[in-house]
Structure formats: structure tokens, C-alpha cells
Ligand binder design. Structure first.
Ligand SMILES: C[S@@+](CC[C@H](N)C(=O)[O-])C[C@H]1O[C@@H](n2cnc3c(N)ncnc32)[C@H](O)[C@@H]1O
Length: 319
């Protein structure tokens, strides 16, 4: 995605302008994780670390444990250099200043952990494929909505969309979409670019490799239009109001809640349970847990949770 001229001409703390420059510089074969770079700055003091951690917790819900000082140093150093700052004291002063609010999105972009890959935890995609087959056998034109919450650089929603595209090839077209959201504007721009390393194509399940285009001169493979058109990327901070009103047949909320305190995790799981259609499934990361019973969700094993059918309605059976 090119950032539009209007966005690129925004003020001195414009995430769009910063993002465009970094995209232009960095869009080679994409690694799934933002590089942590060595720094010549001194580590933040305990008080500076706590101030940054408090801003991050307020803005994004993310907890930074005390031993993450080095991570703050390596991830924020390039930002301090861009701002011409030589100490975390100066950076904390900026955060506390009237312009501090403008800096927060840059800080959040730098401090989120975006590690992801295609078909991570493959059993979730196998489960989704089985459900799609069952539903589309009964209703080939079924309308389906799936949400990838905390989608990072796009590997998760494109994996979902590939499974959806394969099912659609068999059943025929229908109204099907994957909503993909993240707080981090930089990863969303990379996801929209839909370009991935050739190694990602090789690592995908054989039946899915055809959804990656042939490598270009830089060795990057473009996601097939048939798949890309199924995905809508949108910025969304999960701690803020959610604009979605309709129900989802499935929600992938994997490897995101792990960074939040327990009370925030439980709150978000509850909101997601509410947004699931009867019979809908919530997929979590392998190290995440949910007190399924307290949210009215059934445990299916392998961090999959199902909302019970209501009045005989089950979104995956078509009943
Ligand atoms: C480790 S990645 C997980 C990617 C993918 N779901 C997976 O499992 O491979 C976590 C993502 O959550 C996003 N995130 C963190 N806090 C968030 C928040 N408050 N709202 C929305 N997204 C958030 C981060 O930007 C990051 O891209």
C-alpha cells in the first residue's frame, strides 16, 4: 500500500510519513519480526523504563516486565535517532510534553511484538477447513465472516483466506470476508503490500503454495488476488470501542492476549464470545487460556472454544 499524499504531508510527528520512509527502505524480502538493532545509547533508567511501560500499558494494554529494559533500548533507539535525541530522559520528556500524545503511535509501533508465520498452529486451519466444508456442503452460497484480531504482518489472515479460497473454489462464490485488525499501523501497511519471502511459500502446506505468486526480482511472492480480495485490513486498538456489529463464524485471537494482564484478557474474551455467532469458534494461541465455562464457551481442545448452538442454530452446520 502506498500511503496517500495527504497522509504523507501530515505534521512532524506523522506516523504515515515515518511509515512511508521506513516501508520504502525496508520492503525487501520481509522477515516476520521487526529487527531489533544494536544501540549506542545508554539503557533507560528504572524510572524512564517505568514511564515508557506505563504509557504502553495505557495506550495498548501491553505489559512490559522489568527485565525488558534491553528490548526497550534496542527497539526505541532508531526512533530516538530519528528524533535527534541522545537519551531516554529526552524521550520521556517528549512523552510527558503537550506533543507526547502524537508520539504514542510511534512508540506503540516500535514496542509491539509482531512475530507470526503462515499456518502457525496448523490444526486451527485444519479445523476451519473441516467446518467450511461442512457448512458449504449444506449452503454453498453461505455468507461468512472471520476475524483475525492482532493480525500483525498478515500471515494469519492470508492463511485463513487461503483456506476460504480453497473451499470457495469447490463450492462456488459467496459473500465471504476476513476482517484483519491490528493496533500497529506499520504491520498493517506491510500486510496490505501482500509480498512475502519465497521461503514462506515453500513452508506453506503443498495445497496452499499455489496461492503465492512466482517470486519477483527481489525474491518476493505476491499473495494471489483471489486470496487478497477476501481480506480487509483495518486499524483497531482492542482496548478501544469495536465498530463491528455483525456476528463472526470464527475469531482468531492468537498470541495477542498473552501480552495483556489477566483482567484485560478476560474482558476481551468476553467481548469476543458475544460477537461469535451460535456455534462459532474462538481460536487462541497455544499458551493462552480461557475460563471457557465462565464465558459460556465449550472447550474443544487445542485452544479452540465454541459458542453453543442457540435454539437449534449452529453457524457451521447451516442448521
Ligand atoms: C505476536 S503478534 C500475533 C500475530 C498473529 N495473531 C499470530 O498468532 O501469528 C501480536 C499482535 O498483536 C498486536 N497488538 C498488541 N496490542 C494490541 C492492541 N491493544 N490492539 C490491537 N492489536 C494489538 C501487535 O501489534 C501484534 O501485531
Amino acid at each position: 500500500m502506498r500511503v496517500s499524499a495527504d497522509m504523507a504531508n501530515a505534521g512532524p510527528f506523522s506516523p504515515a510519513r515515518d511509515l512511508q520512509a521506513r516501508l520504502d527502505a525496508a520492503l525487501g524480502p520481509q522477515s516476520a519480526e521487526r529487527n531489533d538493532t544494536a544501540s549506542d545509547l545508554a539503557e533507560p533508567t528504572a524510572a524512564e523504563f517505568e514511564a515508557i511501560a506505563a504509557h504502553l500499558a495505557r495506550a495498548a494494554g501491553i505489559r512490559l516486565e522489568a527485565h525488558k529494559k534491553q528490548l526497550v533500548l534496542t527497539r526505541l533507539s532508531p526512533r530516538l535517532r530519528d528524533l535527534g535525541m541522545s537519551s531516554f530522559a529526552a524521550y520521556c520528556a517528549l512523552l510527558e510534553s503537550p506533543d507526547g500524545g502524537d508520539e504514542i503511535p510511534f512508540m506503540v509501533n516500535r514496542l509491539t511484538t509482531n512475530l507470526t508465520k503462515f499456518f502457525r498452529e496448523p490444526h486451527h486451519f485444519e479445523d476451519l477447513a473441516r467446518r467450511l466444508e461442512q457448512r458449504l456442503a449444506v449452503q454453498p452460497r453461505a455468507r461468512l465472516r472471520i476475524w483475525s484480531a492482532g493480525c500483525s504482518t498478515g500471515q494469519e489472515p492470508y492463511s485463513i483466506a487461503m483456506v476460504l479460497a480453497a473451499a470457495t473454489r469447490r463450492a462456488g462464490p459467496g459473500d465471504r470476508l476476513v476482517l484483519a485488525t491490528d493496533i500497529d499501523s506499520e504491520v498493517l501497511a506491510r500486510a496490505e503490500a501482500a509480498l512475502y519471502a519465497e521461503a514462506d511459500r515453500r513452508a506453506a502446506p503443498p495445497a496452499m503454495r499455489g496461492y503465492f505468486g512466482a517470486p519477483d526480482a527481489q525474491g518476493r511472492c505476491r499473495i494471489a488476488p483471489e486470496v487478497a480480495k477476501l481480506v480487509r485490513f483495518k486499524p483497531l486498538n482492542l482496548l478501544e470501542d469495536w465498530p463491528m456489529r455483525g456476528r463472526f463464524e470464527a475469531i482468531f485471537f492468537r498470541n495477542v492476549a498473552i501480552y495483556f494482564p489477566i483482567d484485560v484478557q478476560q474482558q476481551l474474551y468476553g467481548q469476543m464470545a458475544h460477537l461469535l455467532a451460535p456455534g462459532g469458534v474462538l481460536y487462541l494461541g497455544h499458551s493462552e487460556s480461557i475460563r471457557g465455562a465462565s464465558l459460556g464457551l465449550e472447550t474443544l481442545g487445542q485452544t479452540m472454544f465454541r459458542k453453543p448452538s442457540a435454539g437449534g442454530v449452529d453457524c457451521w452446520s447451516g442448521a
